[in-house]
Design a protein around this ligand. Structure first.
Ligand code: IPE
Ligand code: IPE
Ligand code: MG
Length: 251
Protein backbone atom coordinates (compact mmCIF):
# COMPACT_ATOMS: atom_id res chain seq x y z
CA UNK A 1 0.00 0.00 0.00
CA UNK A 2 1.33 3.41 -0.81
CA UNK A 3 0.33 6.54 1.01
CA UNK A 4 1.01 10.12 0.06
CA UNK A 5 3.47 11.48 2.60
CA UNK A 6 2.49 14.67 4.36
CA UNK A 7 4.56 17.70 3.44
CA UNK A 8 7.75 17.85 5.45
CA UNK A 9 7.62 20.44 8.22
CA UNK A 10 8.77 23.75 6.84
CA UNK A 11 8.49 22.61 3.23
CA UNK A 12 7.65 25.41 0.85
CA UNK A 13 4.02 24.86 -0.19
CA UNK A 14 4.61 25.18 -3.92
CA UNK A 15 7.52 22.79 -4.29
CA UNK A 16 5.69 19.62 -3.31
CA UNK A 17 7.01 16.76 -5.40
CA UNK A 18 9.60 18.91 -7.15
CA UNK A 19 12.31 19.17 -4.55
CA UNK A 20 15.75 19.06 -6.16
CA UNK A 21 17.61 15.88 -5.28
CA UNK A 22 20.97 17.67 -5.43
CA UNK A 23 21.49 21.35 -4.55
CA UNK A 24 24.89 22.97 -5.11
CA UNK A 25 25.77 26.38 -3.67
CA UNK A 26 28.51 28.94 -4.35
CA UNK A 27 28.63 30.50 -0.90
CA UNK A 28 29.78 33.99 -1.90
CA UNK A 29 29.67 37.35 -0.15
CA UNK A 30 31.30 36.67 3.23
CA UNK A 31 33.90 39.41 2.84
CA UNK A 32 31.42 42.09 1.79
CA UNK A 33 29.06 41.13 4.59
CA UNK A 34 31.87 41.68 7.09
CA UNK A 35 33.06 44.93 5.49
CA UNK A 36 29.53 46.34 5.67
CA UNK A 37 29.74 45.80 9.43
CA UNK A 38 33.28 47.18 9.69
CA UNK A 39 34.48 43.72 10.68
CA UNK A 40 37.52 41.84 9.35
CA UNK A 41 36.77 39.57 6.38
CA UNK A 42 37.39 36.48 8.50
CA UNK A 43 34.37 37.43 10.64
CA UNK A 44 32.34 37.01 7.46
CA UNK A 45 33.78 33.55 6.90
CA UNK A 46 32.88 32.62 10.47
CA UNK A 47 29.31 33.91 10.01
CA UNK A 48 29.16 32.02 6.72
CA UNK A 49 29.91 28.81 8.55
CA UNK A 50 26.80 29.42 10.70
CA UNK A 51 24.74 29.88 7.56
CA UNK A 52 25.98 26.56 6.23
CA UNK A 53 24.97 24.84 9.45
CA UNK A 54 21.43 26.23 9.06
CA UNK A 55 21.23 25.37 5.35
CA UNK A 56 22.12 21.75 6.15
CA UNK A 57 19.12 21.60 8.50
CA UNK A 58 16.72 23.21 6.01
CA UNK A 59 17.94 20.85 3.30
CA UNK A 60 17.21 17.78 5.42
CA UNK A 61 13.76 19.18 6.32
CA UNK A 62 12.87 19.73 2.68
CA UNK A 63 14.02 16.36 1.44
CA UNK A 64 17.13 17.47 -0.44
CA UNK A 65 19.40 14.40 -0.51
CA UNK A 66 22.69 15.88 -1.69
CA UNK A 67 24.08 19.31 -0.77
CA UNK A 68 27.33 20.44 -2.38
CA UNK A 69 28.94 23.71 -1.32
CA UNK A 70 31.94 25.66 -2.58
CA UNK A 71 34.07 26.62 0.41
CA UNK A 72 37.54 27.33 -1.05
CA UNK A 73 38.51 27.45 -4.70
CA UNK A 74 41.78 26.61 -6.45
CA UNK A 75 42.06 30.36 -7.14
CA UNK A 76 41.39 31.47 -3.55
CA UNK A 77 45.09 30.78 -2.78
CA UNK A 78 45.67 34.13 -4.52
CA UNK A 79 44.12 36.00 -1.59
CA UNK A 80 46.24 37.68 1.09
CA UNK A 81 48.15 35.08 3.07
CA UNK A 82 46.49 35.95 6.37
CA UNK A 83 43.00 35.41 4.92
CA UNK A 84 44.02 32.07 3.38
CA UNK A 85 45.56 31.01 6.71
CA UNK A 86 42.40 32.02 8.57
CA UNK A 87 40.20 30.02 6.18
CA UNK A 88 42.39 26.92 6.54
CA UNK A 89 42.27 27.21 10.35
CA UNK A 90 38.50 27.73 10.27
CA UNK A 91 38.10 24.57 8.24
CA UNK A 92 40.19 22.53 10.71
CA UNK A 93 38.15 23.99 13.58
CA UNK A 94 34.84 23.38 11.81
CA UNK A 95 35.71 19.74 11.24
CA UNK A 96 36.50 19.29 14.93
CA UNK A 97 33.36 21.12 16.12
CA UNK A 98 30.82 20.00 13.55
CA UNK A 99 31.60 16.42 12.62
CA UNK A 100 30.13 14.86 15.79
CA UNK A 101 26.92 16.87 15.23
CA UNK A 102 26.77 15.99 11.52
CA UNK A 103 27.33 12.34 12.35
CA UNK A 104 24.51 12.39 14.89
CA UNK A 105 22.20 13.99 12.31
CA UNK A 106 22.95 11.22 9.79
CA UNK A 107 24.95 13.44 7.46
CA UNK A 108 27.69 11.88 5.37
CA UNK A 109 30.54 14.29 4.70
CA UNK A 110 32.79 14.27 1.69
CA UNK A 111 35.42 16.89 0.82
CA UNK A 112 36.05 16.98 -2.94
CA UNK A 113 39.23 18.81 -3.89
CA UNK A 114 42.99 18.58 -4.11
CA UNK A 115 44.90 17.81 -0.93
CA UNK A 116 47.96 19.54 -2.38
CA UNK A 117 49.10 22.50 -0.30
CA UNK A 118 46.77 21.74 2.61
CA UNK A 119 48.29 21.51 6.10
CA UNK A 120 48.54 17.92 7.36
CA UNK A 121 46.15 18.65 10.26
CA UNK A 122 43.49 19.49 7.67
CA UNK A 123 44.24 16.49 5.44
CA UNK A 124 44.01 14.22 8.49
CA UNK A 125 40.85 15.93 9.75
CA UNK A 126 39.15 15.48 6.39
CA UNK A 127 40.09 11.79 6.19
CA UNK A 128 38.83 11.17 9.72
CA UNK A 129 35.55 13.04 9.08
CA UNK A 130 34.92 11.13 5.86
CA UNK A 131 35.66 7.82 7.58
CA UNK A 132 33.52 8.59 10.61
CA UNK A 133 30.44 9.61 8.63
CA UNK A 134 30.77 7.06 5.81
CA UNK A 135 27.80 4.98 6.99
CA UNK A 136 25.30 7.88 7.08
CA UNK A 137 22.65 8.38 4.42
CA UNK A 138 20.24 11.10 5.52
CA UNK A 139 22.08 13.81 3.58
CA UNK A 140 25.23 13.64 1.49
CA UNK A 141 27.18 16.84 2.17
CA UNK A 142 30.04 17.68 -0.19
CA UNK A 143 32.20 20.56 0.98
CA UNK A 144 34.37 21.44 -2.02
CA UNK A 145 37.66 22.69 -0.63
CA UNK A 146 40.77 23.47 -2.66
CA UNK A 147 38.49 22.54 -5.53
CA UNK A 148 38.30 23.76 -9.10
CA UNK A 149 36.18 22.42 -11.94
CA UNK A 150 39.22 22.45 -14.23
CA UNK A 151 41.36 20.65 -11.66
CA UNK A 152 38.62 18.03 -11.39
CA UNK A 153 38.45 17.37 -15.14
CA UNK A 154 42.24 17.23 -15.43
CA UNK A 155 42.72 14.88 -12.47
CA UNK A 156 40.05 12.56 -13.87
CA UNK A 157 41.59 12.55 -17.36
CA UNK A 158 45.05 11.93 -15.90
CA UNK A 159 43.79 9.05 -13.75
CA UNK A 160 42.13 7.40 -16.76
CA UNK A 161 45.24 7.90 -18.90
CA UNK A 162 47.48 6.46 -16.15
CA UNK A 163 45.27 3.35 -16.03
CA UNK A 164 45.23 3.13 -19.81
CA UNK A 165 41.44 3.37 -19.87
CA UNK A 166 39.47 4.97 -22.70
CA UNK A 167 38.21 8.49 -22.06
CA UNK A 168 34.46 8.57 -22.62
CA UNK A 169 31.69 10.69 -21.09
CA UNK A 170 30.78 7.92 -18.69
CA UNK A 171 34.35 6.95 -17.69
CA UNK A 172 35.24 10.61 -17.12
CA UNK A 173 32.06 11.23 -15.08
CA UNK A 174 32.88 8.17 -13.00
CA UNK A 175 36.36 9.50 -12.20
CA UNK A 176 35.43 13.04 -11.20
CA UNK A 177 35.48 14.10 -7.55
CA UNK A 178 31.66 13.99 -7.44
CA UNK A 179 31.26 10.59 -9.07
CA UNK A 180 29.41 9.35 -5.98
CA UNK A 181 26.40 11.63 -6.60
CA UNK A 182 24.18 12.53 -9.57
CA UNK A 183 24.72 15.94 -11.18
CA UNK A 184 23.27 18.95 -9.35
CA UNK A 185 19.65 19.78 -10.17
CA UNK A 186 19.90 23.31 -8.82
CA UNK A 187 22.93 25.60 -8.43
CA UNK A 188 22.49 28.64 -6.18
CA UNK A 189 25.02 31.48 -6.06
CA UNK A 190 24.72 34.12 -3.37
CA UNK A 191 26.56 37.45 -3.30
CA UNK A 192 25.23 38.98 -6.51
CA UNK A 193 27.79 37.74 -9.04
CA UNK A 194 26.38 35.82 -11.97
CA UNK A 195 29.28 33.52 -12.73
CA UNK A 196 30.52 30.03 -11.94
CA UNK A 197 34.08 30.88 -10.78
CA UNK A 198 35.45 27.41 -11.62
CA UNK A 199 32.91 25.53 -9.46
CA UNK A 200 31.54 22.29 -10.92
CA UNK A 201 31.99 22.69 -14.67
CA UNK A 202 31.30 19.25 -16.12
CA UNK A 203 28.51 18.43 -13.68
CA UNK A 204 26.38 21.56 -14.24
CA UNK A 205 25.76 20.95 -17.93
CA UNK A 206 22.00 20.76 -17.30
CA UNK A 207 21.64 22.24 -13.82
CA UNK A 208 19.11 25.00 -13.18
CA UNK A 209 20.81 28.21 -12.00
CA UNK A 210 19.57 30.62 -9.33
CA UNK A 211 21.43 33.83 -8.52
CA UNK A 212 20.65 36.00 -5.52
CA UNK A 213 22.10 39.31 -4.32
CA UNK A 214 21.85 38.11 -0.74
CA UNK A 215 25.32 37.85 0.84
CA UNK A 216 26.00 34.33 2.12
CA UNK A 217 25.98 35.12 5.87
CA UNK A 218 22.55 36.76 5.36
CA UNK A 219 21.12 33.88 3.28
CA UNK A 220 18.04 32.73 5.15
CA UNK A 221 15.29 30.15 5.03
CA UNK A 222 12.91 32.36 3.02
CA UNK A 223 15.56 32.96 0.36
CA UNK A 224 16.34 29.23 0.20
CA UNK A 225 12.64 28.57 -0.31
CA UNK A 226 12.57 31.18 -3.10
CA UNK A 227 15.33 29.25 -4.84
CA UNK A 228 13.50 25.95 -4.38
CA UNK A 229 10.24 27.49 -5.60
CA UNK A 230 11.99 28.92 -8.68
CA UNK A 231 13.39 25.46 -9.38
CA UNK A 232 9.93 23.92 -9.07
CA UNK A 233 8.67 26.28 -11.81
CA UNK A 234 11.35 25.37 -14.33
CA UNK A 235 10.77 22.91 -17.13
CA UNK A 236 13.90 20.83 -17.65
CA UNK A 237 14.07 19.76 -21.26
CA UNK A 238 17.54 18.25 -21.71
CA UNK A 239 17.45 19.19 -25.36
CA UNK A 240 13.92 17.99 -26.07
CA UNK A 241 10.85 20.06 -26.99
CA UNK A 242 8.36 21.28 -24.38
CA UNK A 243 5.73 18.99 -25.94
CA UNK A 244 7.95 15.93 -25.60
CA UNK A 245 8.59 16.74 -21.96
CA UNK A 246 4.87 17.24 -21.33
CA UNK A 247 4.02 13.90 -22.99
CA UNK A 248 6.65 11.98 -21.03
CA UNK A 249 5.28 13.38 -17.77
CA UNK A 250 1.75 12.20 -18.53
CA UNK A 251 2.91 8.78 -19.72
C1 IPE B 1 33.10 33.49 -0.26
O1 IPE B 1 33.02 34.80 0.20
C2 IPE B 1 34.05 32.65 0.55
C3 IPE B 1 35.29 32.32 -0.15
C4 IPE B 1 35.54 32.58 -1.41
C5 IPE B 1 36.32 31.62 0.62
P1 IPE B 1 34.07 35.89 -0.24
O2 IPE B 1 35.20 35.88 0.73
O3 IPE B 1 34.45 35.72 -1.66
O4 IPE B 1 33.24 37.22 -0.05
P2 IPE B 1 33.22 38.48 -1.02
O5 IPE B 1 32.83 37.99 -2.38
O6 IPE B 1 34.60 39.07 -1.01
O7 IPE B 1 32.21 39.37 -0.41
C1 IPE C 1 33.84 31.58 -5.47
O1 IPE C 1 33.86 32.84 -4.88
C2 IPE C 1 34.54 30.60 -4.59
C3 IPE C 1 33.87 30.26 -3.34
C4 IPE C 1 32.70 30.68 -2.96
C5 IPE C 1 34.58 29.34 -2.50
P1 IPE C 1 34.97 33.91 -5.25
O2 IPE C 1 34.70 35.10 -4.42
O3 IPE C 1 36.33 33.31 -5.12
O4 IPE C 1 34.68 34.18 -6.79
P2 IPE C 1 35.13 35.40 -7.71
O5 IPE C 1 36.60 35.60 -7.51
O6 IPE C 1 34.37 36.61 -7.28
O7 IPE C 1 34.76 34.98 -9.10
MG1 MG D 1 33.67 36.41 -3.39
Amino acid sequence: MSVTPAAAPGAAPDVAGRVPHHVAIVMDGNGRWARQRLLPRVAGHRAGMETLRRVIGWSVQRGVRVLTVFAFSSENWNRPQDEVGAILRLMVQALMDEVPRLDEAGVRLHVPGSREGLPSALVDGIAEAERRTAGNDRLMLNVCFNYGGRWDIVQAAQALAARGEPITESSLSATLALAHVPDPDLVIRTGGEQRISNFLLWQIAYSELFFTDRLWPAFDEAEYDRALAAYAQRQRRFGRTPEQVQASRVA
